[in-house]
Design a protein. Structure first.
Length: 335
């Protein structure tokens, strides 16, 4: 290991990546490459927890790989790979399901939100956090940069690793969550009580990283605010949720305090037009780069294969140790 810090994080190819994904996670993925050993995983198995059209899943996966490269993930410095190409994830996931309890998985709010109590939701949506724990623990990650919506899953990962270590002997590293101070939960522009989600069908509420300049302008102009027409930041006031969200996005992209930004504006119109510019400054180079990368999908696929090979080597030993600690008999080659 070159660095003390080892970072692992994942993103689902469940739709087109949003500005929420960028300011809550991807921005930090890029920066972490200077200070850490980084593994970034396109978690395609997680995407299967809800129905995906096979052709769309394939397309979204390649598009997401191109997007990650376009935002600045460097495959020479980081390991960028597809979860489904490293079988260790599915294998350790089963072991994590044997460590987790039904009660603790039942308490996961994301399952309750996405499952909405329906008995026809896929069983994998319920066990998803065990797979997420496996993703992280396999690589002995010390730090996991995620948006605030993943805090509870991270806490579960820590609990499972600790329980495993206590029961079967020191095997896993207990990872630290890294949740940004601003932009940790970007909200839907049309319904600021809901987080922006790439799998939600809220086209007007989501800003996609591949949106055109005009689309960004339209969405920001139409973003829900309130009738007060006074720009100030008050995260504890639900009546200001829309404006708070716009200021948080501005703040995350410009590294400036929301209050300082708010002080420059006397009405929503100017705030919205300046925010549009700030967002487009970030998105335009990303969009151009994605288009270039998508001209050569074979190259993208090859790059992902190389990543998966590196990831398989990096995770082999921890899986072997976990299995053996539980009493499973290894193959003669030690795996
Ligand atoms: P899905 O709707 O399929 O769950 P998603 O938009 O929630 O998609 P994920 O792939 O689940 O995206 O998560 C990728 C990363 O983006 C995670 O670190 C997650 O915490 C972060 N993230 C997701 N949505 C937001 C958001 N609205 N604000 C900030 N961070 C977010
Ligand atoms: Mg999500």
């Amino acid at each position: 290991m070159k660095h003390e810090r080892r970072v692992l994080s994942g993103i689902q190819p469940s739709g087109s990546a949003t500005l929420g994904n960028y300011v809550g996670a991807l921005k930090f993925w890029v920066d972490d490459q200077d200070t850490s050993d980084c593994l970034y995983c396109i978690v395609d198995l997680h995407a299967l927890t809800v129905d995906q059209d096979p052709a769309s899943l394939r397309e979204q996966t390649l598009q997401l790989a191109a997007l990650l490269l376009a935002v600045g993930i460097d495959p020479n410095r980081s390991t960028l790979f597809l979860q489904s190409q490293v079988p260790h994830h599915a294998e350790l996931s089963w072991i994590m399901e044997c460590v987790a309890t039904y009660g603790e998985l039942s308490r996961m709010t994301q399952f309750k939100d996405k499952g909405k109590g329906s008995s026809t939701v896929r069983a994998s949506l319920f066990t998803y956090p065990a797979l997420m724990a496996a993703d992280i623990l396999l690589y002995r990650a010390t730090h996991v940069p995620v948006g605030d919506d993943q805090k509870q899953h991270l806490e579960l990962t820590r609990n499972l690793a600790t329980r495993f270590n206590n029961r079967y002997g020191e095997t896993f590293v207990i990872p630290e969550p890294e949740i940004p101070k601003v932009g940790a939960r970007v909200m839907d522009l049309q319904d600021p009580t809901r987080k922006m989600s790439k799998s939600s069908k809220s086209d007007a509420g989501n800003i996609y990283l591949t949106d055109t300049k005009d689309a960004v302008a339209k969405k920001v102009q139409r973003a829900v605010t309130d009738t007060e027409n006074k720009v100030y930041f008050d995260p504890n006031n639900p009546g200001k949720a829309g404006v708070n969200n716009l200021l948080s996005i501005f703040s995350a992209l410009k590294d400036e305090e929301p209050n300082e930004i708010a002080a420059r504006y006397s009405g929503y119109g100017h705030l919205k037009s300046d925010l549009t510019e700030v967002i487009n400054e970030t998105l335009t180079p990303i969009r151009t780069m994605i288009e270039e990368l998508r001209n050569d999908d074979r190259h993208l696929i090859e790059l992902l294969h190389n990543g998966a090979e590196k990831a398989a080597v990096a995770s082999r030993d921890t899986l072997r140790r976990a299995k053996s600690a539980m009493g499973l008999i290894p193959w003669s080659d030690g795996s």
